[in-house]
Design a protein around this ligand. Sequence first.
Ligand SMILES: Nc1ncnc2c1ncn2[C@@H]1O[C@H](COP(=O)(O)OP(=O)(O)O)[C@@H](O)[C@H]1O
Ligand SMILES: [Mg+2]
Length: 237
Amino acid sequence: MYVGELLKGLDRVSTGVQGLDKLIGGGFLEGRVYLVTGPPGSGKTTFGVQFLVEGARNDEKGLFVSLFEPQDVLIKDMLRYNFGILEHFQSGKIAFYDLGEILLNAGRELTWDELFTLLVELIKRENAKRVVIDSFSLFESFVSNPSGKKKALGLFIRLLRSIGATTLLLSEMLSSEKYTDEYYLADGVIVLHHFMRNYQMVRALQILKMRGVPHDSNLKRMRFTTEGIVVYPEAPI
Ligand SMILES: Nc1ncnc2c1ncn2[C@@H]1O[C@H](COP(=O)(O)OP(=O)(O)O)[C@@H](O)[C@H]1O
Ligand SMILES: [Mg+2]
């Protein structure tokens, strides 16, 4: 059987980002883990919230795990979009979990295993079908055994797959030569870029890796609109 035939039977999960689904074969694969990375202000948090809002609109429970921002700050930032974010939090279709606050007050550093165990329990408890971790790179500063990451992350990814929770790991872009474990282990990597050209800010999205889907890795222009991030597959950069 060809890989394409095997993939036909898999459920696609819409990204919620207009223009992106058709670039990746219809959406993310259910229960898989994706890395969304980029520099500060590139749109990672917006992307993550958009992904959860898309789920909430289709009655799929979402979970936003925050390592940095409290909920009121996130809500204020997202109110500028027509996401109906407040309603989704109020109705419980999207749950917010301030993990940063909990880890700061934990009194000791956790191991990677403990951290992922906590996350899996949380995801199961919330019955979340879509999960966003903002940001995954911040975990590094909370764990006691940085070297145990790859094995623990591999196990976490397997567990997510069995639960069927499609997960986005948002991460700060480090220097481009430094590929962290999540680049290798994730089923896909999306890079958000912003750079100046002729005194104009250009924003672009790049599909660096997407298992099982033929795609090009060129930069695609993206814009922030009142509906959130929109990707223009045909527009030249
Ligand atoms: N309508 C807009 N026009 C231009 N830039 C915008 C618009 N909306 C948001 N932005 C930019 O996007 C950034 C928000 O992106 P965010 O999702 O918080 O990025 P990250 O999580 O990667 O830091 C804002 O700081 C702002 O610079
Ligand atoms: Mg952010």
